[in-house]
Design a protein around this ligand. Structure first.
Ligand code: ADP
Ligand code: C5P
Ligand code: MG
Length: 199
């Protein structure tokens, strides 16, 4: 496959509540990427009466553990194919890959069709992440924005996702942004990174 025919992908990682979704919305507005949140796709599949994986996904989400990659990757792939039919080929893949299983599955199924541009990493202290999620939990209706689920989500992040970040940093692919500032300030740094990606 030629480089031009491939999907251009930016992975977006960071702890729960680091601001991935917030910043992705801003990138979409300013740069016109397709935003695919793995968490959003999984929540939609969990709520879909026709999905055979509803219960399994619901349990993983509540436990802050990671759904098997075959499920998540097929949801992402379906959306990427749909978008490509509309000539959209720049993607923000938010909240993926989150563990070694995600990474292996992606590398097997997708990486030959993808130009991985960078891994945008929102670096945010744990207590700020937890506070933001608890605040979001007042209105989000999410089953995992509570103290008990958050403990497990933070653990998954530090034990599994950090290793994925380490892997990509050894490849020189991580663009780290300090996410503790206001959304507007964070976006100033993000803009610079995305502009380089699109050069
Ligand atoms: P993630 O997708 O990483 O879980 P979100 O973008 O959903 O994070 O943000 C989590 C919560 O924190 C939301 O309620 C959001 O409005 C808020 N938030 C996002 N970015 C910031 C920021 N830079 N400063 C303060 N609050 C933020
Ligand atoms: O990214 P978000 O916070 O929306 O993810 C919510 C939950 O969805 C995660 O805690 C996890 O249970 C599930 N998820 C997953 N695999 C991913 C992304 C999210 O299992 N790659
Ligand atoms: Mg999110």
């Amino acid at each position: 496959m030629t480089d031009a025919a491939k999907y251009n992908v930016v992975f977006v990682l960071g702890g729960p509540g680091a601001g991935k979704g917030t910043q992705c919305d801003k990138i979409v507005k300013e740069f016109g990427f397709v935003h695919l949140s793995a968490g959003d796709l999984l929540r939609a599949a969990r709520n879909d009466p026709n999905s055979e994986f509803r219960e399994d996904i619901a349990n993983h989400i509540k436990d802050g553990s990671i759904v098997p990659v075959a499920i998540t990757c097929s949801l992402l792939k379906r959306e990427m194919e749909k978008a490509k039919e509309n000539n959209q080929d720049y993607f923000l893949i938010d909240g993926f890959p989150r563990n070694e299983d995600n990474l292996d599955g992606w590398n097997t199924q997708m990486s030959s069709q993808v130009n991985l541009k960078t891994v945008l990493f929102f670096d945010c202290p744990e207590e700020v992440c937890v506070d933001r999620c608890l605040e979001r939990g007042k209105t989000s209706g999410r089953t995992d924005d509570n103290t008990e689920s958050l403990k497990k989500r933070i653990q998954t992040y530090t034990e599994c996702t950090m290793r994925v970040l380490h892997y990509y940093s050894t490849l020189g692919l991580v663009s780290k942004v300090s996410a503790e500032r206001s959304p507007k300030e964070v976006f100033e740094d993000v803009k610079g990174i995305i502009m380089k990606v699109m050069e």
